[in-house]
Structure formats: C-alpha cells, structure tokens
Design a binder for this molecule. Sequence first.
Ligand code: OAD
Length: 244
Amino acid sequence: MTSPYRSIVVLTGAGISAESGIQTFRASDGLWENHRVEDVATPEGFASNPVIVHQFYNGRRHQLQQPHIRPNPAHSALARLEYEMSQRPDHKFLLVTQNIDNLHERAGSRELVHMHGELLKIRCAESGLIFEHRDNLQVGDECRCCRVPGNLRPHVVWFGEMPLEMPRITRALDECDLFLSIGTSGNVYPAAGFYESAKSSGAHTVELNLDPTHSHFDEHIYGQASEIVPAFVDRVIRQLDPLT
Ligand code: OAD
C-alpha cells in the first residue's frame, strides 16, 4: 500500500513556542493584553511613535536570545517530519509559521516560510533590503544601505501589510494532501483561512492545539504541543512509504 501523504503543509502559531517560554498573543497574560496592537503592530503606530515600536521589538529580540529559550519537542518533531519526507522521492513538505521567533530553524527545519517576518532581521523601509540584526534598534540608527537615519524597521509584518511569500504558500496548499494547524487561535487572516484552501484541494486537515478554536478541521487533537505534536508526527511517519 502506498502512503496517502505525499505533500504536507504545516501551519504553526504562537502556541508551538509557548512551552519554550515565549508568550502567545491572545492568552490572559498574552502580548496583546499589555500592548495595543495599533501602537506596536501597525504601520500607522510606527509612523506616529517609532520609539514605542522599537522598544517592543527590542524587548522581544532580547528575550529570544536568552539561553533558556530553546526549541521544544514539537519544533523538533516537525524537523523530523521534514527530514522523513525529504528521504522519499516526490514527497513535498512546507512549514509555514506565523511566528517571528527562530525556534523552527534552530530545531532543524529548512523548508520554512516566516509569513509574518523574523524578529532577528530588520529591513530598510526605502530599499526593502533585509539585514540580520541581534541588537537593539533605535530611531536614529543609520541605515546600512542608504545611510539615512530612521529608515530601518523590524522585518515583521504588521496589520494591514501583506504577509510574506504568499505565492509559495498558495502553491503548496493547492497540492497538499495533509494540512496541520498547530498552536494558532485562527484569528488572523490569511493564515486562518489556509485550512479551507487545503480542504478544497482534498487534503485531510488536522488541528493540534491546547484549546478548541472555531475552525472546522477533519480531526482535532487537544493538548500541549510538546506532547501531541511528536505523537502525531510519529503516526504520520509510520504511514509514509517505506524507505527503499
Ligand atoms: P494566539 O495567541 O492568537 O493563539 C495561540 C494559540 O495557541 C491558542 O489557541 C492557544 O490555545 C494555543 N496554545 C497555547 N499554548 C499552547 C501549547 N502549549 N500547546 C499547544 N497550543 C497552545 O497566537 P497566533 O494564533 O499565533 O500576528 O496569532 C496569530 C497572529 O496574531 C500572530 O502571528 C500575530 C498576532 O497578532 C502579527 O503580529 C501580524
């Protein structure tokens, strides 16, 4: 019998990094409880008060680089699933994350899209050039490409801006036969609509989350990501074509 799964798309959200010590957005102690989205996550907020915006992302950038912030077994399981898919001819895998942390890549994921940007990168608002950046960013910092102070901004997607690499994501959703949504509340589009696109491509859709959301997946698995994701990945790997 051949495997039903030849093309897998996985969407992750803040819940997969919660057990690594990174706050989610919409929990009672989440990031959006203490910050107004309009102030720190919109182009208008940045235009009217860049100091607050830089403070917010500087704090998060600093936290991400603390030694205790590490990938957890859920991140590692997805890297393992990607590896297993890569060992089989004509199998495809894409991990799409809404997270701006770097825990997926640190766990070994490579076929990865950061649709909401990356915390450890900044970019020039004029040229669009992207730079690695691990330190604080201040309003007056001179841009590395145009030398203009104030042109640099976090390389994150704010509300009202277009998520990154949408054509690649759409292509993968069009041809996937398994779609997993992990640790996301399904509040933010377009990501919240991916499972419907996958369904219309005929994919089996599975939600793995701590709490039920309002989305109608074919299968729901509730629990801590560090427990349910490795167990589910083991199940999928057992169903893949045997290695020859
Ligand atoms: P949310 O904070 O909205 O949702 C996190 C989800 O993870 C919730 O449904 C939780 O139940 C679940 N969760 C929490 N801990 C978990 C655990 N240990 N294991 C499994 N699940 C767990 O975060 P996102 O859905 O990622 O966008 O938010 C989506 C987008 O909204 C973010 O990318 C960000 C935000 O505004 C931008 O900033 C553009």
